[in-house]
Ligand binder design. Sequence first.
Ligand SMILES: [Mg+2]
Length: 216
Amino acid sequence: MGGIAPGVILDVDGTLYSTSSACAVALRQRHREIFIRTTGLDGDDGMREYARLTDRYGLALVGAAIVNGHDVDAVLGAAHDIDHGTLIDPSPGLRRRLTEVPGPIIAWSNAPSAHVEGVLVALGIRETIDAVVPLERFRNHPKPSRRSFSVALEHLGRNPSQAVLFEDSPSTLKRARELGMATVAIGLDAAMDYPDIDAALDAPRVRGMLGLGPPG
Ligand SMILES: [Mg+2]
């Protein structure tokens, strides 16, 4: 990657905390409630509409708000209105690992700013993040749109070949690789590179990518 320290792009949900955590469970429940409240659809009808809206708008809740004449910000805000501080434990280990990273770090998410900030503060890593790039920054073009990538890279101050993406979404990982980024797949699925972000940041392969020596 030349002489320049690569930039790190961190996805938030499913990457900085597990999809099986209390926060993820609360968030899924909250999303479901708000989706049903917004569309009036539950069960099989709700699932079909969820899939249709995800396909058409990138994010089902954005589509649900638009189609049903609701305010997008209000719907997304309500869906992410959880108590981050009680659902996410601080992670001093993650904080230490991120502090070591020589290049810039951004948090990049299809969630609204308030949720991303809530997660980062609860984990105790907010100060390690140089910029938060939430949905508001690329509103009509959620990840994995080209627009969402260009906004992320702009905030990172790097081109794709100087960026490392940590992410749990297969479609976003695929697009990142097509653009020439290095990728680190996070998740409990066997197809993923590492089960969690801590394991990824301890791995020699990843530490090499980021310009770090062996774990201290
Ligand atoms: Mg994610």
